[in-house]
Design a protein around this ligand. Structure first.
Ligand code: ZN
Length: 347
């Protein structure tokens, strides 16, 4: 009950701060203030926590999206960092926490707007998509009020009033989807020179240079002239410490090369594997998969990559690499429904 009262008080306090970010100081209740729009350039240097109101649930209760703003003491650009646009992809949340622990406003030139948990209904439902019945929010950007789909309306709120205002560049943090894994990997459109530089500065193990899929946050931002990349960090539904620390180091390096932090850019020992296309090796029928290859392995065309078994241990099918390349993603869950990915090969 005490918490409910506090939350109501926070909502009331925040009602006077709509559109006025300087009024959004930490509330006396300890619950971060509610905002309907963020204009970070109006904030004094410091660290701020907000809840952004992104529409309402079917119950009428607001969907509250956590926002951390780190405003530097020196002027500079504004970076948008988003995590969990897909609700099962959680490593990026911890990456944001760890990154922002290590930076003070005195260190920073410019502003970091971090959203550690974009798809709140998806996180609550343990789902990639927008809640248990919704579609894929990362195919719905920049959103559309008229389309009538919940995820398109939701991302429209985020797009117009949180993601776009003041943003100069962006990194959208993802992982592979449930039952599969990526290495440390960046999707980037090299036609945008700043996005290409960002991709390398993040120090990933692999990069796919492509024009992106329609409806992703990355491609919607690029269409608005905002350099953006999608940073894939391992596997969903867990915090993978080693990959998280590598991603934090990559982001720190990108902050140095982009002028947010002082320091010497990291010189990577080796180059990332860079490709422009990938193929999925798909289970044509359901079965239990044994993989014969691992992330980042070099594979040759025709090489055995997976065997599918029936429940009695009899081989159903064997799968071979369709072309030379490097293993970009693997199934980590041996239970494969018909049509699900076994191995993804980048070339
Ligand atoms: Zn994702």
């Amino acid at each position: 009950m005490a918490f409910a009262v506090k939350l109501v008080l926070a909502v009331l306090c925040a009602a006077v701060s709509f559109g006025s970010p300087t009024a959004a100081a930490p509330s006396e209740t300890g619950v971060p203030p509610l905002i309907d729009r963020l204009e970070a350039k109006g904030l004094a240097p410091g660290r701020y926590h907000f809840y952004f109101r992104a529409g309402a649930r079917g119950t009428g209760a607001p969907v509250l999206v956590p926002v951390i703003v780190l405003k530097g003491e020196k002027a500079g650009k504004q970076l948008l960092l988003t995590a969990a646009v897909h609700g099962d992809e959680l490593n990026g949340i911890r990456v944001i926490h760890r990154l922002l622990e290590g930076i003070t406003p005195a260190d920073l030139s410019g502003t970091i707007v971090a959203v550690p948990g974009v798809n709140q209904p998806g996180m609550e439902a343990h789902s990639r998509n927008f809640g248990p019945h919704g579609g894929d929010p990362n195919r719905a950007f920049p959103g559309n009020q008229k389309r009538g789909e919940a995820e398109a309306i939701y991302v429209r709120h985020l797009w117009e009033d949180l993601f776009l205002p003041g943003t100069d560049l962006a990194v959208d943090l993802h992982t592979q989807t449930t039952g599969t894994a990526y290495p440390l990997f960046v999707f980037a459109d090299f036609r945008n020179n700043t996005a290409r530089k960002m991709a390398y500065a993040l120090l990933p193990e692999m990069i796919k240079n492509d024009k992106g899929e329609k409806g992703t946050l990355e491609t919607a931002l690029l269409a608005k002239g905002v350099p953006a990349v999608t940073f894939e960090i391992g596997a969903p539904k867990r915090f993978q410490d080693e990959l998280i620390e590598k991603a934090v180091a990559g982001l720190e390096n990108m902050l140095i090369t982009s002028g947010f932090l002082e320091g010497t850019p990291h010189r990577p020992k080796g180059s990332p594997i860079v490709g422009t296309h990938y193929s999925n090796v798909i289970a044509e029928e359901g079965g239990l998969a044994v993989l014969h290859t691992a992330l980042r392995d070099r594979v040759k065309k025709g090489q055995l990559v997976a065997t599918l078994y029936d429940p009695f241990g009899t081989i159903l099918r064997t799968y071979h690499a369709p072309h030379d390349g490097w293993v970009l993603a693997v199934a980590t869950d041996p239970v494969r429904d018909a049509g699900q990915m076994l191995v993804r090969i980048l070339q």
